[in-house]
Design a protein around this ligand. Sequence first.
Ligand SMILES: CC(C)(COP(=O)(O)OP(=O)(O)OC[C@H]1O[C@@H](n2cnc3c(N)ncnc32)[C@H](O)[C@@H]1OP(=O)(O)O)[C@@H](O)C(=O)NCCC(=O)NCCS
Length: 182
Amino acid sequence: MTDSSRHRSTHFVRPARLEDARAIRTVARESWHAAYDDLLGPDTVEMMTDEWYALEGLRESIQSRDSHLFVAPEPDDDKPDRTDELAGFVHVGQWPDEPAVGHLARLYVRSGHWGCGLGTSLCDHGERAVEDDGYDRIRLEVFTTNERAIDFYEGRGYEPVAEVVEELEGETYRVSLLERSL
Ligand SMILES: CC(C)(COP(=O)(O)OP(=O)(O)OC[C@H]1O[C@@H](n2cnc3c(N)ncnc32)[C@H](O)[C@@H]1OP(=O)(O)O)[C@@H](O)C(=O)NCCC(=O)NCCS
């Protein structure tokens, strides 16, 4: 049992519904600004979240049979089914071109809730979903400077397998690939 398991599945998490798309984008934008403004700059963050979290694309992901999107309602909300406000989400699927490897594609929690166990509950759900789909490993990409997230993942047993350089909006960034078996 790892330290992070003391948070294990203590927060309510449910599959995303189409009506959640707008609130998912809001969580992504807020969390990206909090986590990446220093690295990417607020204008790039705004541009990239507009592009990567376009509502149509999110709705496709929610409906897709090839991936799973789960959301966590605000923890103190007495209406956990509401779709207008969310605290976090996770998106998992298959790592491109590797049939045995799951992909933890997105994990974002609103910054006001960091450290409360929501990331743990969301990640538990995402990992379980890809494990149930038959993948034997799960892999993710994280900015090499994102120490908070790397600490979080290493606490769950992820290990670095590679470091690559990626170009975003004309700038280059170091990105670590982390992986764990399921
Ligand atoms: C990374 C993230 C998802 C973690 O979610 P969270 O809800 O804050 O994490 P939890 O509260 O479940 O923390 C679980 C464990 O992670 C580790 N951890 C979390 N935040 C940490 C921090 N700031 N520093 C060091 N370790 C940390 C701890 O081991 C913690 O266990 P503990 O509380 O028993 O010490 C969240 O911080 C986030 O959304 N960050 C911005 C977006 C991001 O970087 N996403 C990942 C993209 S690849």
